[in-house]
Design a protein around this ligand. Structure first.
Ligand SMILES: [Zn+2]
Ligand SMILES: [Zn+2]
Length: 269
């Protein structure tokens, strides 16, 4: 596959999912936003632009490029084991999802990584734009880990390609402030992380934001005991964000970028 086609498809799918969720939020919001879209969206979009530029500058190939290289040179465990393509593809997808779960858990518990990741949590509302808001250094580390796993296992390109598209789409979906019938949420969260499930992870309450680490599949949280069904205060009563970043001026793009390196805020997990 042509790597530039991959980028075009990823951007197209992400834009379509973003537009759908943004419209759904307008017509059927789950809870009223405390700050709203306008003070937050320019910064959350700005972060995406910075992320994209930095990644393009520093990492010449995406995970799909690495998997194409591994496939072309017979690199990785799956090639050594001579697995059938379908088996390697499914296994590769599952392993990548598990790695993202573990990575997220580690980012919460290792202090210097938490400094990078907490920027995602410091958003004072959670909506579809929060799904784009990750510090560029977190994105770079995440891509490096994905490339390492893809090369070590020899994950097939089709698997990596689908994983990247699905991960972008589910991140936008499960950060959305959308209302969904409770019965539907119960069914959907059996196979994919729902907005109600991920919103618990954005609670200001420490025990709640240290749960529900999954982005795609909800199974890892249930398997490893980090699953929490609902926030204690309910979705309407819960507070979003972190207690150390409550001032709306912290939502400015420059503040987001320097947030990990600031000395004026003590560690808070
Ligand atoms: Zn988190
Ligand atoms: Zn999140």
């Amino acid at each position: 596959m042509d790597p530039s086609l991959e980028i075009v498809l990823r951007v197209f799918v992400a834009a379509a999912v973003f537009a759908t969720m943004a419209a759904w939020e307008l017509f059927a919001p789950r809870r009223p936003l405390s700050i709203g879209r306008w003070p937050r969206w320019p910064s959350n979009f700005g972060i995406v632009v910075v992320d994209a530029l930095l990644v393009r500058l520093l990492i010449p190939t995406a995970a799909v490029g690495a998997s194409l290289y591994a496939a072309g040179h017979g690199i990785g465990l799956f090639h050594i084991l001579n697995l059938r393509l379908s088996v390697a593809a499914v296994l590769g997808f599952l392993v990548l999802d598990l790695v993202i779960y573990v990575q997220h858990l580690v980012f919460h518990h290792v202090p210097w990584l938490w400094r990078l990741h907490r920027m995602h949590h410091a958003d004072l509302d959670i909506d579809v734009s929060t799904g784009l808001r990750f510090h560029p250094f977190e994105i770079l580390i995440s891509i490096a880990i994905k490339i390492a796993i893809v090369m070590a296992l020899g994950v097939p390109p089709v698997s990596v390609f689908i994983f990247e598209i699905v991960l972008n789409a589910t991140s936008l979906f499960n950060h959305s402030n959308v209302s969904m019938p409770l019965w539907l949420d119960r069914v959907v969260r059996l196979v994919v992380v729902t907005p109600d499930m991920h919103r618990v992870h954005h609670s200001v309450v420490r025990e709640e934001h240290n749960s529900n680490f999954g982005f795609n599949l909800p199974w890892w949280d249930r398997l490893f005991g980090t699953y929490r069904g609902q926030p204690k205060a309910g979705h309407d009563g819960m507070t979003i964000g972190l207690s150390i970043f409550r001032d709306p001026k912290e939502l400015r793009l420059d503040r987001l970028l320097i947030q990990p390196f600031r000395q004026d805020s003590q560690r808070q997990q």
